[in-house]
Design a protein around this ligand. Structure first.
Ligand code: MSP
Length: 512
């Protein structure tokens, strides 16, 4: 059977500082979706990378007394290392300084020029270097950058422009289609700010920036960093560069996953460029809010970044992944504090799944010496738990389809809570006192093990390090937790054997 392709991308990050928790959110979310799709049997290509050109990077490198290339070589490694430590399994890592990427950028620029969509003009306006964004005086807010509120500089130079103005209707329709942008509630903002007033042509080259891809037919110009960056999504598949053969199979992307600050580049400029190239548009653009600290976006320039290594050391990699994915609701910003993290991780992981594993395994050991009786007696009180566990996979599927990872996790934790309630209701410790109830007791514990098999199987894309440890303890094999068996009951042998192990998610206190 041939597999269905699934292509998912993160933004390519500016390697101008250390990656922080904000970057981690997008990457870990894509990783969870990619892992879930692999589990479902898709052929997945998960792309991430770094966006290494532009004035900001050049200035950073010079300030560090380094050549830009040496600087980005070092910084990019920090991103890769963090993704490794976070157990992010990407399939390809694109760097905009890679030769193949540069070939694609130049080929596309040339093609757009030849087809008349890129022309030479004069740029007169404002530029925000930290955001790498051009603004007209009208767009400024109180004379400052409308995105980040910082000072802008005057830019007046000969430049190449892309005829974005001819796309107002096409892009307007795309945004109104309701399927491209997820959640579509964000379309209103783009329509109001950009489509209603009419799109304007955008500057796609600069003469004052040496650190960039040279315009092929006039190398004193370098390609504007956003134009360069967006092309990563196709250069990494081999489009017009011969480095990979994946374009036919994987394009169009199933989803580009980005935060709201860069939505407009992906929702307006990118589809317009693809239209000129006569390429299909990405199927979805999923946009999430920001991780905030004290109401402000977490960012290096605000000086409020949280170092992921500190959190991982304290709480464990999977706990950090879980927290990020459980807290973010697509439409909203998500406030970060260690207190919120602690409450969430203690409630859902330490007292939730961790405790359920420990209790269940301990009971199987105590009452049955580690291996259940084959003979088991069902009761009607078992049904609600079994039914909820069997219905869970459909819920997580739907949540993943909608990029609502928090909803997938909430649904799983709800089944864990049901299992806790089931323990209270069936009171295994009372059953254990009555030798005539051994078959009933075995059934109760078996149902708990099956619930753990299903829930941990569905959790593995989110917590890939710890869930295999659950399987060891409950005696499940990899074969028991394949996707096809996650909506089936009765997969573990009735004579299931458990093995007590470490405490999976120790309860924490702040600073411990
Ligand atoms: N280089 C561009 C993207 C080019 S994509 C063709 C860029 N880079 S960035 O390093 O600034 O990273 C932007 C992305 O990082 C955001 O879209 C988001 O995915 C993630 N985040 C950075 N800070 C964030 C928060 N505080 N909260 C959530 N996500 C954040 O823009």
């Amino acid at each position: 059977m041939t597999k269905t392709p699934f292509y998912i991308t993160t933004p390519i990050y500016y390697p101008s500082g250390n990656p922080h928790i904000g970057h981690c959110y997008t990457t870990v979310a894509c990783d969870a979706i990619a892992r879930y799709r692999r589990m479902q049997g898709y052929a997945v290509l998960f792309l991430t990378g770094t966006d290494e050109h532009g004035l900001k990077i050049e200035q950073k490198a010079r300030a560090a007394g380094m050549e830009p290339q040496t600087y980005v070589d070092g910084m990019t490694e920090r991103f890769r290392k963090l993704w490794d430590v976070l157990n992010v399994r990407y399939d390809r890592f694109v760097r905009t300084t890679d030769d193949y990427h540069i070939r694609t950028v130049q080929a596309v620029f040339q093609k757009l020029y030849e087809s008349g969509y890129i022309y030479k003009g004069q740029y007169v306006g404002k530029y925000c270097t930290p955001c790498e964004s051009f603004w007209t005086p009208k767009q400024l807010v109180g004379g400052k950058c409308p995105d980040c509120g910082r000072e802008v500089t005057n830019a007046r130079e000969e430049a190449y422009f892309f005829k974005l103005s001819t796309f107002t209707d096409t892009i307007g329709k795309l945004l109104e289609s309701g399927t491209f942008l997820q959640p579509n509630s964000r379309a209103k903002e783009l329509i109001g700010n950009f489509i209603k007033p009419g799109l304007e042509d955008v500057c796609v080259s600069r003469t004052g920036v040496a650190w960039g891809v040279p315009v092929p037919f006039e190398p004193k110009h370098t390609v504007y960093v956003w134009f360069d960056a967006l092309l990563n999504y196709i250069s990494a598949l081999g489009y017009k560069n011969g480095a990979f053969e994946d374009f036919q199979y994987f394009w169009p992307a199933d989803v580009h996953f980005v935060a709201k600050d860069i939505m407009r580049f992906h929702a307006i400029l990118w589809p317009a460029v693809l239209t000129v190239l006569e390429l299909p548009l990405p199927k979805r653009l999923a946009v999430h809010g920001w991780i905030t600290v004290g109401g402000e976006k977490m960012s290096k320039s605000s000086g409020n970044v949280i170092d992921p290594y500190v959190l991982m050391k304290r709480y464990g990699t999977d706990a950090v992944r879980y927290f990020l994915l459980r807290e973010m609701i697509l439409e909203n910003d998500s406030a970060f504090s260690e207190d919120i993290l602690l409450k969430r991780v203690n409630a859902d992981l330490a007292n939730g799944i961790g405790n359920l594993v420990a209790r269940t395994v301990a009971m199987v050991e105590k009452y049955f010496g580690g291996t259940l009786l084959a003979e088991q007696e069902a009761a009607s009180i078992d049904e609600p738990l079994i039914k909820s566990a069997l219905a869970l996979r459909d819920k997580t599927d739907a949540a993943i389809d909608a990029f609502r990872l928090n909803e997938a996790l909430a649904a799983i934790i709800e089944v864990i809570s049901l299992a806790d309630k089931y323990i209270d209701e069936t009171a295994p410790w009372s059953l254990a006192k009555d030798p005539s109830r051994r078959t009933r007791l075995a059934m109760v514990l078996y149902n708990l093990l099956e619930t753990l098999r299903i829930t941990s199987g569905l959790l593995v894309p989110f917590m890939p390090t710890m869930m295999p440890k659950v399987w060891e303890q409950i005696g499940a094999t990899e074969e028991d937790v394949v996707y096809d068996k996650l909506n089936q009951w009765g997969i573990l042998k009735s004579q299931a054997t458990v093995r007590k192990g470490e405490i999976l998610f120790p309860k924490r206190e702040v600073g411990n």
